[in-house]
Design a protein around this ligand. Sequence first.
Ligand code: HEC
Length: 265
Amino acid sequence: MNSLLRLFFSVFLLLTSFSVVAATVTIQNFTFTPGVITINLGDSVEWVNQDATTHSTTQDANLWTHDVSPGQSFSQEFTKPGAFNYHCRFHPSMTGTIKVRTADQSRLNIGQGIIAATPKVLPIKLNLTGKIANDVYMGSYLVNAQAGCANCHSCPTYAVGRNPYNGELKQFNATTYLAGGVQIEGQVSPNLTPDTTGKPAGLTRTEFKDLLRTGHDPDVPGRILQVMPWPIFGQMSDNDLNAIYAYLTSIPKAQTPANTCNMGQ
Ligand code: HEC
C-alpha cells in the first residue's frame, strides 16, 4: 500500500471508529431518502451523495451546513433532542427532517428494541396486560443494557452459538432467561421469573425494593445477600426500581435448569 492510500485508510478508520452511524440518508435523484428519520440522542446520521452533482445538508436555521460532492458522504452526531429540518442550499426544494429522541425516549426505544428489533437480542414475549408499556421498556433497558442481571441470573446467559464472548452474534438464552442457577462465590443465583401468582422471585414490589435497598435475604431473616450487587442497585431512584419490577413481572416464567452454570457461560 502506498503511503497516501495508507493515510486515507487510517483517516477512514478514525472517522468510522469514533462515530457510530445509526442512520444513512441517501441523496439520489435530487431527493433525501428517507426524508424523515428518527434517531436516539447521540446517534450520528450519514448523508451519502449518489447524484452526479454537489448537494448540501443545511439545517433551516443554519445550525449546520455541509456540501457533499458526488460520491462523497458527510456524517454528523446529534447531541440535542428535537426535530431538525434541513434542505440542500443549491436545490432548496430538497428537504428532510431528523428527529432526535430525548434521553429517556432513547432509553425506552433501546429497552423495547432489545426484545422487539431484528436481529433479536432477547427472543421473549412480554406480558403487558395491566402494565404501562413504557415502565416495562425502561425496566428492560435497566436490566439488559445497564445492570447485567442476566449475567448472574441466566444459566447459560447466551444461546448456543450466540455467545458474544466467543465472537458470535449476541443473543440471550430465552428458555432460561433470569431463571437462576448460576454459581458465584459459593452462592447459586435464584430464579427471578414470575411465580404462579405473577410475583418475580415470589416477591411483592415492596419486598423487592426493600431487598435491593437493604440486601436482606427474604428467605433467611438476618442474613445479608453477599454476592448480589444490591449496594449499587439500591441507589437507583424509586421510579427505576419500579420499572425493573414491572419488567420482571412481564417476562415469561421459566424453570431453573437442573445443572448449574459458571458465570460467563
Ligand atoms: C454479580 C452477580 C449478580 C448480578 C449482576 C445480579 N444478581 Fe441478583 N443475586 C445474585 C446472587 C448470587 C443471589 C443469591 C443471593 C446472594 O447474593 O447471596 C442473588 C439474589 C437476588 C435476589 C433475591 C431473590 C430471592 O428471593 O432470594 C433478587 C430479587 C435479585 N438477585 C435480583 C437481581 C436483579 C433485578 C438484578 C439486576 C438489576 C440482579 N439481581 C443482578 C447475583 C447477582
